[in-house]
Design a protein around this ligand. Structure first.
Ligand code: LP5
Ligand code: MN
Length: 252
């Protein structure tokens, strides 16, 4: 198990949805990578770093400014960890090796300064969203992925565009509440992994939730998506906190 202790500084981010240097989040990400993340020993990216990923063999020209910053971070000694999101679940070893990152399993327990902490993207907890869970089961299937990745890039790109379009239509008409996590599943997942803490993104509803499971108080940190600011988790031996980051730095 990965364990953090002593003087380490860890950041947890998710949902940057980067596609090119023209994205709203790009400038903020570059500043974060060149300033804050450089000072950290560990940077966890808990899914949806990219807007859509159709395979490690697809050209990454428009992403180069992002990839080079990530590579520079790992070369400078910041350990990068990356998890699949619902947009970039096809990220593979070729990609993670190229930036010097470790790919984490979809449920990863770490020891965060003495507190057992479950890391996940968060989409698997949105179990009230039946249509999404059906899509998820399909695209997370190894045979489906193999078949998808064997198709020419142009077809894969077209499928991804259609899926993004359909997702937009779906979200515009569906009840907003079903797109949040299911509380019973949160409780059950924390119990299953025997953790006191959970950090995830995906819902774009950044918050810190406290709950009681049995005799224990559990904390759930929900990361925000990135635009001109972002809500991220910073953890040291003194404190774990959800903080707002923008081009002016941290809002303390
Ligand atoms: O991503 P976001 O924030 O918009 O919404 C998600 C859920 N939607 C998705 C779909 C992704 O956005 C699609 C992007 C995939 C990029 C990878 C490319 C490789 C795979 C290509 C697949 C064919 O994750 C959304 C949730 C929301 O989060 C909140 O949790 O509600 O769920 C849905 O949109 C459910 C829909 O039923 C999914 C519809 C996808 C349709 C796919 C059809 C593909 C084209 C078929 C052509 C014959
Ligand atoms: Mn997501």
């Amino acid at each position: 198990m990965i364990a953090h202790s002593g003087e380490q500084l860890c950041y947890f981010i998710s949902d940057l949805h980067l596609a090119s240097a023209n994205d709203a989040a790009f400038e903020l990400f570059v500043q974060f990578a060149q300033q804050e993340a450089l000072k950290a020993q560990h940077l966890y990216i808990l899914g949806d770093l990219f807007e859509a990923w159709i395979g490690d063999d697809a050209p990454t020209d428009s992403l180069q400014p992002i990839l080079s910053r990530l590579r520079r971070l790992s070369d400078n000694g910041t350990q990068l960890y990356i998890m699949h999101g619902n947009r970039d679940f096809l990220l593979g070893d070729q990609f993670t090796k190229s930036i010097g990152a470790k790919l984490l399993p979809e449920y990863t327990v770490i020891n965060l300064f003495g507190t057992s902490t479950l890391l996940l993207h968060g989409d698997s907890l949105c179990t009230d969203d039946a249509a999404y869970q059906e899509f998820r089961a399909q695209v997370r299937d190894a045979n489906w992925q193999q078949e998808f990745l064997s198709q020419p890039l142009a077809s894969r790109r077209a499928y991804a565009e259609q899926a993004r379009g359909k997702s937009g239509e779906y979200k515009a008409q569906v009840e907003k509440d079903i797109m949040d996590v299911n509380d019973d599943d949160v409780t059950a997942t924390m119990a299953r992994y025997q953790v006191q803490q959970m950090i995830h993104g995906h819902t774009h509803r950044p918050a810190v939730h406290h709950s009681t499971v049995g005799s224990r108080t559990c904390v759930r940190y929900v990361l925000g998506d990135w635009s001109d600011n972002a809500l991220i988790v910073r953890a040291t031996h003194k404190q774990t906190a959800l903080i707002q980051y923008s081009l002016s730095g941290f809002a303390e």
